[in-house]
Design a protein around this ligand. Sequence first.
Ligand code: SF4
Length: 358
Amino acid sequence: MPGVYISYPFCAQKCTYCNFASGVLPAELEGRYLDALEQEIARHPWRWTPESVYLGGGTPSRLPPADLERILAGVPGKPWTEATIEAAPGGITAELAAGWRRAGITRVSLGVQSFVEEELRLTGRKHTAEIVEREIAILRGVGIEDINIDLIAGLAAQSLDSWFASIDWIERLQPPHVSVYMLEVDEDSRLGLEILREGPRYGAARVPDEEQVAEFYEAAVRELAGLGLARYEISNFAKPGHESRHNLKYWRLEPYAGFGVDAHSFDGGIRWQNTDEVREYVSGRGVVVERQRARESERFWVGLRLTEGVRARPADLARHAEAIERLKQNRLLEQEGDLLRLTPRGVLLSNEVFQEFL
Ligand code: SF4
């Protein structure tokens, strides 16, 4: 069953670590963007009915409920089995949450990132742990129980103690799903650029090193498992039955259609991608900027992200025989017949493993 991804790139602030095609954009673009999005969804041939919808960005929780309903009205299949909206803590009211319910939202993914005030201030975020607690109570009050909390390992000023403080909040709030991302250091975020230049801004000089981040990640895997949140993908942890149906499609190479700026689509054979320029997107000219055929072996190495592993076809095993042997010898990969899985060490070094297959 396919899924739908909808992107809304507008944010209240540009977080220092963020490398997405999103940010603080002129208000006049918002209305034009919604019109362009509505039209792109209306133009889609809809040869299938989606079971999942995912609103990401950006900060789609900034959308007034009436606009959200207008955009979702073009997507068939309501009520969807799973409809997620990404939300920045700090603006969730009972009225807004009730509006999400009316629009068909079943799941909220909260971009918390940390529960520690100093870490949050250095990212540019304005919420506090208490605000997150209050807003989760609001979501539960309108019947939205399916809640994800995002955490980032590797933020400036983070220590093992402060990391455990964030995990203690997970224990207190009991969300059924948690995502733990490791800070990405690249030139596309202000913090990443500052780290690469060895500058002091945004707390760049206080970012933990790779070994510490690996320690944070391993601690999270251990502690979250103790809370009943099992790791089912490198960055994702869930209580049984609360795995994200939508995100699983990406790793199982099931089809999805993406709408909006920088949205990706996959029909089972071909991938395509929309422009990441908001002005170009609203102009309606050349929305799709890239198309390519998915590689034969993609299912195999994308599937390795999953804890359950992936069943490799004989052709994949033959094509990658040398790489598989090398990774097994280095204790990064384990094999049972045609089933391949990352070892715990392989999870930590997953980028190196994937490079072997690219
Ligand atoms: S992290 Fe989220 S809220 Fe912050 S700028 Fe990026 S998309 Fe916007």
